[in-house]
Design a protein around this ligand. Sequence first.
Ligand code: ADP
Ligand code: ADP
Length: 228
Amino acid sequence: APAIEFDDVHFGYGADSVLHGVSFAAPRGGRTAIVGPSGAGKSTMLALIERFYDPTAGAVRFGGVDVRRLDRVELRSQIGYVEQDAPVLAGTLRQNLLLATPDATDEQCIRVLHEVNLGEVLNRSPEGLDAAVGEDGVMLSGGERQRLAIARALLAAPPVLLLDESTSSLDGMNEQMLREAIDAVAENRTLIVIAHRLSTVVDSDQIVVVDHGRVVGVGTHSELVAST
Ligand code: ADP
Ligand code: ADP
């Protein structure tokens, strides 16, 4: 079974319908991108995967099982979620990493920092993982903050990672670094990335284009570019 499957999913927050029959399958171990204009329903799709809401019709399946049959805590333990503009909290680098996984070791913290190409921040202060981040300590660019949030999610070693990068307005350099980090974390994981632009997700196995709550295109980057 695919890692995640939407089968004719309908959903609305109230009277207004937001998703109108969304279907797609995210292959296990593959990289799926969801692209579309603001308000299309992309974030809502991620929220349905984790059962913040349930569809009004149709089904979302996780490993072939309707998520309504799965325990929310168990389901979410399988999924890492990185929200857009994930906050960096006042505190040390280590405290920022350990938010969801307080038992992770320093070795594990250092490994995930390297995984997202942030190993270098450890050298910005003699205190390493004990360095404060922000105003009085190690300064992080917007792109570095996003990669720190990805590193945080990786500590829980989730087999499925959902990344919401829809509002990221990174400069060329930071966007390139983010793409490289996503490449690195795509290994051995199922990845679903919400992106702003097709250009950010060139390397996806599959791109699902949504507009007004409908899937209006599915394919690889070259297939989609050829069809427009
Ligand atoms: P996207 O991620 O593509 O920008 P969203 O899934 O965030 O789109 O939003 C889809 C639609 O649902 C929008 O019209 C948005 O205003 C609405 N919406 C999103 N979240 C909520 C919510 N919690 N309550 C009510 N409406 C919402
Ligand atoms: P609202 O827009 O009313 O805050 P949302 O449903 O959009 O409601 O989101 C509620 C909170 O849950 C937000 O902080 C959002 O970042 C977070 N959230 C949304 N989708 C997910 C998800 N798939 N996994 C984890 N958190 C999520």
